[in-house]
Design a protein. Sequence first.
Length: 325
Amino acid sequence: MKILGIETSCDETAAAVVEDGVRILSNQIASQVGIHARYGGIVPEVASRQHVLSIIPVVRQAMTEAEANWNDLEAIAVTNGPGLAGSLLVGVNVAKAIALAQKLPIIGVNHLEGHIYANWLTGADISFPVVCLIVSGGHSDLVLMRGHGEYVTVGRTRDDAAGEAFDKAARVLGLGYPGGPAIEQAATAGADSLGLPRSWLKGSYDFSFSGLKTALIHQVKAGEISSLADAAASFQQAVVDVLVEKTIMVAREYQARHILLAGGVASNGQLRQQMMKHSPVSVLVPELILCTDNAAMIAACGYYRFQAGKIDDLALDVVAGLRLA
Ligand code: KG4
Ligand code: ZN
């Protein structure tokens, strides 16, 4: 059963064809990262316009690469939130147009749920319950999943998301945008020597990264940073320590069978290694290209929603603040 996935929630225009929720037949991504880099972050209006230009060619390429015809498809899955409203609208309206013209069912997918389902594209045999750490530019959530489509958020960030913290720290250090990969790269030659604080928020599984960011800014302003590599390594280690420790605490408390990593920050090597080293259960991580925004994860999630009868209609709308519930 083949599903076309479409993703335009942020700054990647993506389309993919996935078979039975697990086999990727195509995975096309047109990144706008170079366009936004000159502004030091995503400009929503620019993102929407770029999606309009890219979406049709990207969908065509995904269909061609998968050697699929419209009548090979069983459904269209599309991200309808959370994200930038103007960006989401482009994907949702294209998905509706195709659904209407080709008489196909349409399935709205939560972007975060999509990130989690990237793990079903790893080929691993996953049994529930699992704990998911979703760490992206907009979210740092710890989610307990007892079955397909069943989510309980046990922790979330109280201020900056993990990816946002990486982006802001990189900006402070003059490392450019996007910050995560830049910090990871700079950190390879450094050591955790700045003594940056970890915010544990004892008794809660929530996260907080703004104090860490402020501590880094103070050291930069005071001229205390002698090595950019050490600053990057110290910042990265402070974020990773808290993410790993809290995720493992949740896994133990709920007797999870696996830990699933999801979202752009899950491509961080130090996070992956440290989680695998300390976890009592297996840690699943999607390959790098499936950690950041893509449409294969949306098609995979769409498959499980379709199986559960969770199908939408042409009244499907975008919800910029859509929650995972
Ligand atoms: O999931 P994603 O592609 O888009 C959102 O839905 O937000 O995540 C993007 C975020 C950015 O903040 C980026 O800096 C961060 O993920 N990121 C990383 C790495 N690669 C991307 N953070 C840390 N280490 C990385 N290697
Ligand atoms: Zn994302």
